[in-house]
Write a protein that binds this ligand. Structure first.
Ligand SMILES: O=CC(=O)O
Length: 311
């Protein structure tokens, strides 16, 4: 029987590639463009945070039935187009929550305790010449979380163990957190009442630049911003200026506005830790995400309910 055609848009995981190749006829779009006969045979697209599925890509496969992204974020997929064409969309929530939350806490501790700076200090041979100086305590700091979904809640749980009082902003107050976490109906109020603020919400038109100059200034010269969501949540030029001018205390960033490019000025700032969008990049989670992508595709082609449908 003719194998089902699946197009992959970028090389996210060699395990995923092997597993998909064992089951489907795979077209790796970053290696070879497909001809029109091949395009007609493609019924699924696997995309990622590196390269999503825009309207052009979706329109170029007339038999497309499903877009499965190797990510929890779906901001790189034209969801409206998929809806109009009746194309299903799946993502990989839950399996990556712990890793992203761990990375976020790691960034916060790293910035507070100047872990990367300490490492550079020792490696550069500076230790015998002078004292390193003092850092800032993480335990007990007031933590503000933008978006108390799966990842935000996992960060809250971890931060609680460090004795941090937790506040959050989301569209509506979460009744089950009432009495435990303090709700702020605006990001500005959250920032004004937090020492460390985490960005964890999904990127949508409403949440783009949710961290703007006013919010950064409310967080203030001793405040720390941790972003493990999307670069576009933050007005990046404003963030860079605030860090350069000392209007913000520090930042831990896993995501940027124009990945893989990072604003040059950030490269020289000591109070900033920069990661190459690796929040969920562990061996274990990579496999779990790949298995979930495949399980969704198999469910779809068996006409079973999708495991993690977006739409
Ligand atoms: O950024 C990572 C993801 O959306 O999974």
């Amino acid at each position: 029987m003719e194998r089902i055609g699946v197009a992959m848009t970028s090389p996210v995981s060699s395990y995923l590639e092997e597993e998909v190749e064992g089951r489907f006829k795979v077209f790796k779009l970053w290696k070879h463009p497909v001809n029109s006969e091949q395009a007609q045979s493609i019924r699924a697209v696997i995309c990622s945070t590196q390269s999503g599925a825009d309207a052009n890509l979706i329109d170029s496969f007339p038999a497309l039935e499903i877009v499965a992204t190797f990510s929890v974020g779906v901001d790189k997929i034209d969801l409206k187009k998929c809806m109009e064409k009746g194309i299903r969309v799946t993502n990989t929530p839950d399996v990556l929550t712990d890793d992203v939350a761990d990375a976020a806490i790691g960034l916060a501790i790293g910035v507070c305790r100047r872990i990367c700076e300490c490492d550079r200090f020792v490696r550069s041979g500076s230790w015998p010449k002078r004292e390193f100086g003092l850092a800032t305590k993480f335990s007990g700091k007031s933590v503000g979380i933008i978006g108390l979904g799966r990842i935000g809640s996992a960060i809250a749980k971890r931060a609680e163990a460090f004795g941090c009082p937790i506040s959050y902003f989301s569209r509506t107050e979460k009744q089950h957190h009432k009495g435990y976490y303090k709700y702020f109906p605006t990001v500005l109020d959250l920032a004004a009442n937090s020492q460390i603020m985490f960005v964890t919400c999904a990127l949508t038109e409403e949440t783009k630049h949710i961290v703007n100059r006013q919010v950064i200034d409310a967080l203030g010269p001793n405040g720390i911003l941790i972003n493990v969501a999307r670069g576009a949540h933050v007005d990046e030029p404003e963030l860079v200026s605030a860090l350069l001018e000392g209007r913000l205390g520090g930042a831990g960033l896993d995501v940027f506005g124009n990945e893989p490019h990072v604003p040059q000025q950030l490269l020289h700032l000591q109070n900033t830790i920069l990661l190459p969008h690796v929040g969920s990049d562990t061996i274990d989670t990579n496999i779990a995400m790949a298995d979930l992508v495949i399980a969704n595709l198999e469910a779809h082609f068996r006409n079973d309910p999708l495991i993690t449908p977006v739409s």
